[in-house]
Design a protein around this ligand. Structure first.
Ligand code: ADP
Ligand code: ASP
Ligand code: MG
Length: 410
């Protein structure tokens, strides 16, 4: 038997009873002869509560201190989890990200894992112990400061550990039975996918499907680690995220995202260098620009619209205003009441007509499209935030993912 990596999300460790159930599952796997490496998230809504606490004392908390605070959430659940396993007669030891040798860059709140040393983890596993590692955190070896990986980051911790320790699979235990064709909280008849390719899962995650953090999918793809997303509340088989799948769906699923805002710079002089002048400082300040649309120039000026995470909106607005006044643009408008819906499917590449059908479906539902962007396997539309649920439902009803063979252009 080999090494099994199991990650349990916040809902799965939300109460002492649930931690005990997790411990049962871990102990069972250990008794089957596996080495077991467990990654835990903070209990329930702990991370949200800690962020609210921070904001209550400082509307703009220093990033270092916020990471000191947030890493405490996973520290609580890892220790409780180890205690619950010990209570069942199996030796267990918990480690923080830093103790586990998870080395990251210096970007507080959005750190990337650079290397996993893992000496203490290796040693404890060799001693026959179950190892529990705090998710979502690491340490910057230069500054020795603790860092967090960004929301949902425990998924990335788990897949990175699976890669570093050569596990055959990374199991992600959560509160749904797997990856669905849309968020089951929005679409009650969404269907569970038996499998999905890394490529499609990456597009879904990056488009807002929070069931897996997109960086965990990137790591899985890079190191060839299959990810099994399944429920911690039952034994049903979940969804396998892996290299290639048996059937290539035309449409695999629909994702939505209300975490971005739109920013428009009006009356930008239409000449070389203006876009660079706008986007270079955005990049330098770490603003993750998603969609970009530049209108056709009329009177020698044009409008540029872009979407950014709401968390970066104030930074983006400041930069846009500075650049607008420097290049002589008319002004800057922001709009936080937007949402994005995205249709994803690898078979889209070879099936013309998908985009047309998306636009027809939204039009028939009376939903206005404000921006459009595409990749070879995704079509995304920005709509009013209040239209997002209706848009997802309409697209799901129209395409019935996973759509495998039907001619979509017809
Ligand atoms: P955890 O705490 O276990 O990491 P998350 O809340 O991060 O759990 O992710 C699970 C949630 O992701 C589900 O409860 C579901 O509402 C949401 N979700 C969004 N899109 C999807 C999808 N396509 N399939 C399954 N769940 C999805
Ligand atoms: N606790 C962190 C969060 O809520 C990390 C995670 O759950 O993956 O984002
Ligand atoms: Mg999660």
């Amino acid at each position: 038997m080999g090494l099994v990596v199991q990650k349990y999300g916040g809902t799965s460790v939300a109460t002492p009873e649930r931690i005990s159930r997790v411990a049962e599952r871990v102990v069972q796997s250990r008794k089957e002869g596996n080495d077991v490496l467990v990654v835990v998230s903070a209990m329930g809504d702990t991370t949200d509560e800690l962020i609210a606490l921070a904001r209550a004392v400082n509307p703009n908390p220093p990033a270092r201190e916020l990471d000191m605070l947030l890493t405490a959430g996973e520290r609580i659940s890892m220790a409780l989890c180890a205690m619950a396993i010990e209570a069942r007669g199996v030796q267990a030891v918990s480690f923080t990200g830093s103790q586990a040798g998870i080395l990251t860059d210096a970007a507080h709140g959005a750190a990337k894992i650079r290397e996993i040393r893992g000496d203490r983890v290796r040693q404890a596993l060799a001693e026959g112990k179950v190892v529990i590692v705090a998710g979502f955190q690491g340490v910057d070896p230069q500054s020795k400061e603790v860092t967090t990986l960004g929301r949902g980051g425990s998924d990335a911790t788990a897949v990175a550990l699976a890669a570093a320790f050569g596990a055959e699979v990374c199991e992600i235990y959560t509160d749904v039975d797997g990856v669905y064709t849309a968020d089951p909280r929005l679409v009650s008849d969404a269907r569970k996918l038996d499998e999905i390719s890394f490529e499609e899962m990456l597009e879904l995650s990056a488009s807002g499907a929070g069931v897996l953090m997109s960086r965990s999918v990137e790591v899985g793809r890079r190191y060839g680690i299959p990810i099994h997303v399944r429920s911690s509340f039952n034994d049903h088989p979940g969804t396998w995220v892996k290299e290639s799948t048996m059937e290539q769906a035309i449409i695999s699923g629909i994702a939505h995202d209300v975490s971005e805002a739109k920013l428009t710079i009006r009356g930008v002089p239409d000449r070389p260098g203006v876009a660079a002048a706008l986007f270079e400082p955005m990049a330098a300040e770490g603003v993750n620009v998603d969609m970009i649309v530049q209108n056709v120039s009329t009177d020698g000026t044009t409008d540029i619209s872009l979407t950014v995470p709401k968390a970066s909106l104030e930074t983006a607005r400041r930069i846009a205003q500075e650049v607008a006044s420097r290049v002589g643009a008319r002004g800057v408008e922001v709009d936080a009441a937007i949402g994005k819906v995205s249709l994803v499917g690898a078979g889209m590449k070879s099936h013309p007509g998908v985009a047309a059908r998306v636009f027809r479906t939204l039009a028939d539902a009376g939903i206005n499209i404000e921006m459009i962007s595409t990749s070879t396997i995704r079509i995304s539309c920005v709509v009013r935030e209040e239209d997002v649920t209706a848009a997802v439902k309409a697209l799901h009803a129209a395409f019935e993912p996973p759509l495998v063979e039907e001619e979509v252009g017809a």
